[in-house]
Design a protein around this ligand. Sequence first.
Ligand SMILES: [Zn+2]
Length: 303
Amino acid sequence: MTNRIIKRLPLSALILAVFSSGSVLAGNHWDSVEVQTVPVRDGLYMLMGEGGNIGVSVGEDGTFIIDDQYAEMTDKISSALGAVSGSTPRFLVNTHWHGDHAGGNENFGKKGSIIVAHENVREALKVEKSIPAFNMVKPPSPKEALPLITYQREMSLHLNGDDLRLYHVANAHTDGDSIVHFSKANVLHTGDVFFNGFYPFIDTASGGSIAGMIAASKKLLDLADENTRIMPGHGPLASKAELQAYHDMLVTAEANIAALKKAGKSVEDVVAAKPTAGLDGEWGDGFLQPDVWVSIVYAGMKD
Ligand SMILES: [Zn+2]
């Protein structure tokens, strides 16, 4: 698959996110989606289907996954887990509440998976939530879809011979983001604080901000070395160098946009000034066009 096609995958993910369940799409859409299983390291895999990338650990303590895409993907995800000797996940982490990452919660919850997330994810799932930027509304989620275990700052899971560390990164993609570090395997799952190769969506209505995205990507860089394998929320498996390039892009974009905002420019004027022109060739061909992305960044910036 060419890099260009990989970059374009999240487009369909976003369109699905706009419609809360995806059910408005023709049924055969889901039939055509294939789950790609990317080996990451011994017992660790990344599943790419429709929605956010899923992290998988399979081993003596059972199956553990990070994110679960859409409800319509549950059967295909379960088949992919079976193909790598996995089974119904014993634990399931949600990196945040968005439907392309937590849409399978109810299905997996009913199968007995214990859902783990930052406490703000549980709160977001319990109520109606919207993403005004995309006219998306998510109804309150049923009990089975809610995390049974929540945390505030950090927590650890000891599974399959590894020590996993969950860190909350504040006000980044949302107000409830988790990143996951497999400390022995030297593998990270970033959730949506890292889109590998294109401008990231920032959910400012849920407390996200570019300042938080920069801090979160810095935290990931601090945890990584040259051998770290990084599962991004969207896009292909990444190296530290790719994460560094993404972090540097965010820093440049924030500086350019903040300078105009501080000078009192309106969002329209800032967009018209093309403050990311030097970055758009590299980062602007994903699912967010540069003008839209600049307005999202502006909206999440403190005055
Ligand atoms: Zn998201």
